[in-house]
Design a protein. Structure first.
Length: 362
């Protein structure tokens, strides 16, 4: 029988036609039904989107593909794993029942069928599955809401730091967008394929790194105004104090991690970026003087983006450089301050960098 109305669809799988007819007769008043006489047909039905059943009554002993094989395939696939499967069989051994339940069957309906038992158990499991799905949707919605609030709070904190240093909050937006341009180029251009594989970069990691860039200078909140806002070159002593913002930033992120955990999925990258984004490829950076690939990828990426954005925008200690001047400085620092491969990616997207900076310039 085809699923022609809003009633829930039940898939009946049994190689015995009489058994199928009996179950259809028991269920037809309350449910739509579709039949399969073997495991292969059952899977064909399940994987038709318009025929996806709300529950399955599954015989165990069938030729070709028995019920256990069908059950195993259904539970192994995330798209079908939550469909409640009720085993129907004349096998009355505890071993058969235990095996089915262990494999993920929702219940066990023995033959010969008791109409009231079949309907009651089916009703209960469909209602339970519907409740679980609604609960999961509610939890997911609440989690997403909390995550948005959580991320917005962190971004506001980062913006406060930017305004305190007399830099527009646009710096956060620009570094995030520039990082996204860079990382997108790396992931989509075949010339960087080996590099992407080397660092296991995927879409989720890329998204997390882009989100993490907003907090890269959060440690500056611990630097005194007379140093942070000094309109000119810092003394050696003042610069040593300024360099401490990388450590302060990592400490702040550690406190957040210890208190809230990494529920946002990107605080680990935040810490990497805060602590390491002033390290240099040649080992002459700070605070640890590590070099090359020992510097986390996220920090190496942000390093180029941060330097470019700082160069082309005015700061209390310097005028704005032109795009071409900033471009030359970064290219000349290839293999010195910056990861050579990331400089190549920067060169490839420098036009997009210039367009973005022109649009969002301080």
């Amino acid at each position: 029988m085809m699923n022609t109305d809003k009633r829930d669809l039940i898939l009946i799988v049994d190689d015995n036609e009489i058994n199928r007819m009996m179950l259809v007769a028991i269920l037809e008043e309350d449910y739509e039904t579709v039949e399969a006489e073997n495991g292969f047909q059952a899977l064909e039905v399940v994987y038709q989107p318009e025929m996806r059943p709300k529950a399955i009554l599954l015989d165990i002993i069938m030729p070709g593909m028995d019920g256990f094989e069908v059950l195993e395939k259904l539970k192994a696939d995330p798209s079908t794993a939550k469909i409640p499967v009720l085993i129907i069989t004349g096998e009355t051994s505890e071993e058969t029942e235990s095996r089915g339940l262990t494999m993920g069957a929702a219940d066990y309906v023995p033959k010969p069928f008791n109409p009231e038992v079949v309907k009651a158990r089916l009703d209960n499991h469909i209602a339970l599955t519907r409740y679980q799905n609604e609960l999961e949707s509610l939890v997911e919605a609440k989690t997403n809401e909390l995550m948005r609030t959580y991320e917005q709070t962190l971004e506001v904190l980062a913006t406060v730091v930017e305004y305190r240093s007399l830099e527009s909050g646009e710096h956060i937006k620009r570094t995030s967008l520039l990082s996204e341009i860079m990382i997108t180029k790396l992931m989509t251009d075949p010339q960087f394929a080996d590099y992407i594989v080397k660092y296991s970069l995927d879409a989720k990691m890329a998204h997390s790194i882009v989100r993490a860039t907003a907090l890269h200078d959060i440690g500056k909140i611990s630097i005194s105004d007379n140093i942070l806002l000094k309109p000119g070159r810092l003394t050696d002593e003042e610069f040593e104090i300024m360099k401490e913002h990388t450590q302060f930033g990592a400490q702040i992120i550690d406190e957040i991690l210890n208190t809230l955990g990494d529920s946002a999925g990107y605080l680990t990258y935040c810490r990497e970026i805060c602590f390491f984004h002033h390290e240099r490829w040649d080992g002459l950076g700070y605070p640890t003087k590590i070099a090359g690939e020992d510097i986390p990828f996220s920090a190496r990426l942000l390093s180029i983006v941060d330097v470019y954005d700082a160069l082309v925008n005015q700061r209390v200690y310097k005028p704005a450089y032109s795009h071409s001047e900033a471009f030359d400085i970064i290219v000349e620092s290839k293999g010195k301050q910056f990861d050579p491969t990331l400089v190549d990616a920067f060169v490839a997207v420098s036009g997009k960098f210039e367009e973005l900076e022109t649009k969002l310039k301080d």
